[in-house]
Design a protein around this ligand. Structure first.
Ligand SMILES: *Cc1c(COP(=O)(O)O)cnc(C)c1O
Length: 229
């Protein structure tokens, strides 16, 4: 099942997004065992990501170094020390304070930490991320103010709604912001947008990085053993 799932997605995205850009597939591996994650890596997955620091710490040493590791979940400042220099991309920077803490830690460790800025494009109370209305000024503040982080682009969580036109318009809004900032000279490469429910729409509307969990690994079983693979 894992093999077919992965093959299908890799084939689907092999032609790139609507702008002809290469699409990076990130495996969202929460609740999956290191063994299952490594099987996916053997089958061609090149980036894996956790959304909880605790789970990242439990698995990180067990993951094959053929893949790079990202962090995609809400991050508290007191846990930054567990990630800086250990993941190649922190996708979920959602406050100035968090960016500042990542920058300070990176400085102390003598590294430059690549990050994405998370934007709450749907304006949902349940989600973190900068408000769309002030995202641009915050991206510029982080990009210009902190020398030990490198802002590589934007990340968005799209709302879970049936209204496809709404999803399309939010994707286009994110892409327009991404292009505006990129054209100002920022070192942008990634617009991380699209999960299992909405990645097909996202890659037709400017996303070049998708984060898939269930589409690759099957349904999650929070009760422990997952019988999907
Ligand atoms: C779990 C998760 C995903 C993937 O979700 P699926 O619906 O399983 O594809 C993507 N992004 C984040 C931040 C996640 O926590």
């Amino acid at each position: 099942m894992l093999e077919n799932n992965l093959k299908t997605v890799l084939e689907e995205i092999s032609g790139g997004n609507n702008l002809g850009e290469k699409i990076t597939l990130v495996g969202a591996s929460k609740t999956m065992s290191a063994q299952d994650i490594n099987r996916a890596i053997e089958l061609g997955l090149t980036v894996v990501a956790e959304n909880k620091v605790q789970e990242f710490r439990e698995k990180t040493e067990l993951i094959s170094d053929k893949a790079t590791q990202h962090f995609i979940g809400h991050l508290q400042t007191n846990k930054v020390k567990y990630l800086v220099g250990k993941v190649s991309l922190i996708q979920s920077v959602d406050s100035l304070r968090l960016a500042e803490e990542i920058d300070k830690t990176a400085f102390r460790r003598g590294v430059i930490q690549d990050i994405l800025i998370e934007v709450n494009v749907g304006g949902e109370l349940s989600k973190s991320g900068f408000d769309f209305s002030n995202a641009k000024e915050n991206v510029l503040a982080i990009n210009n103010g902190f020398k030990n982080v490198r802002v590589k682009g934007l990340m968005a969580m799209l709302p879970h709604v049936d209204d496809q036109n709404l999803i399309i318009s939010l994707c286009q809004k994110m892409r327009a912001l991404y292009d505006e900032l990129k054209n100002m000279g920022l070192n942008f490469e990634y617009l991380s947008m699209g999960m299992s429910n909405d990645y097909k729409i996202a890659v037709k509307n400017g996303s070049n990085m998708i984060r898939l969990g269930r589409t690759i690994f099957g349904e999650r079983n929070y009760g422990g053993n997952n019988g999907n693979i």
